[in-house]
Design a protein around this ligand. Structure first.
Ligand code: BTN
Length: 247
């Protein structure tokens, strides 16, 4: 995959701009970066706080040759790439299914994958937010989030981080598209996430709540949760919350 990076001082959302570019025919590998976002989006309609130069706000256009039921794998693959990028900085992250990169229990990065119809087929826009500094976090989230600066005392620039991230994204994306890619990605994710199995969780989606113990991933990236009666629920989407500290 060839990467082309376009940079903006300010955007509403890099995902919105990347989707616009994809509709105009952008090739796979087009990356959009902004110094700030005025309407940064998280999952489930949440806001992604995107103060100027306080984070990496990055979106990439992908045109995966995957069955759309395997879209979770694109998010998992991205989580692996973010994990390895942060590890290079000396951080020890964790990944919470499906898209949260944490340090301890605090979120350092989030991933938002969205699909968009384009004249040349369905594209996937993968948006990645990485917190560079904690200085501009609003009071409501300050306890639940962290940043590269808080974890390492290093002041990392968004552009340098994007360089490393795109290298890893290219590597793991090629892996995902190979014959055995989905199984390999699940395997790599397992090595990086304490949420893979044995974690007591509550999953919420559209008001439905499932509580149980994580029991690995399906080949398409869905999360398996074993519930009290011994049966396994397959979670394709939803918010995962850890139930017991230290579990
Ligand atoms: C989440 O954890 O809920 C996902 C957060 C994704 C945030 C990134 S920042 C770059 C891109 N543009 C957006 O509007 N959102 C994503």
């Amino acid at each position: 995959m060839n990467f082309t990076i376009i940079r903006f001082d300010s955007l509403d959302s890099t995902n919105t701009e990347a989707a616009r570019q994809a509709k105009l025919g952008a090739d796979e590998g087009l990356c959009v970066i902004a110094c700030q976002q005025t309407a940064g989006r998280g999952r489930h309609g949440r806001t992604w706080v995107s103060e100027k130069d306080s984070g990496l706000y990055f979106s990439i256009v992908l045109r995966p040759k995957l069955d759309m039921r395997s879209l979770s794998l694109v998010t998992l693959m991205t989580g692996i790439a973010v994990f390895d990028t942060l590890k290079e900085l000396g951080i020890k992250p964790d990944i919470k299914w499906v898209n949260d990169v944490l340090v301890g229990d605090k979120k350092i990065s989030g991933i938002l994958a969205e699909t968009v119809e384009t004249p040349t087929g369905l594209a996937v826009i993968v948006g990645i937010g990485v917190n560079l500094t904690s200085r501009n976090f609003p009071a409501e989230i300050v306890e639940t989030v962290t940043s590269i600066e808080a974890e390492t005392s290093k002041q990392i620039k968004a552009n340098g981080l994007a360089e490393t991230l795109t290298q890893y994204l290219g590597y793991f994306y090629r892996m995902l598209e190979n014959g055995n890619g989905p199984a390999e990605i699940v395997h790599l994710w397992r090595q990086r996430s304490t949420y893979f199995s044995g974690k007591q969780v509550r999953v919420t989606l559209d008001g439905e709540i499932v509580e149980g113990i994580t029991d690995g991933l399906e080949e398409n990236g869905a999360l398996r949760v074993k519930i009290a009666d011994g049966s396994v629920k397959i979670i394709q989407a939803g918010d995962v919350e850890r139930l017991r500290p230290n579990s």
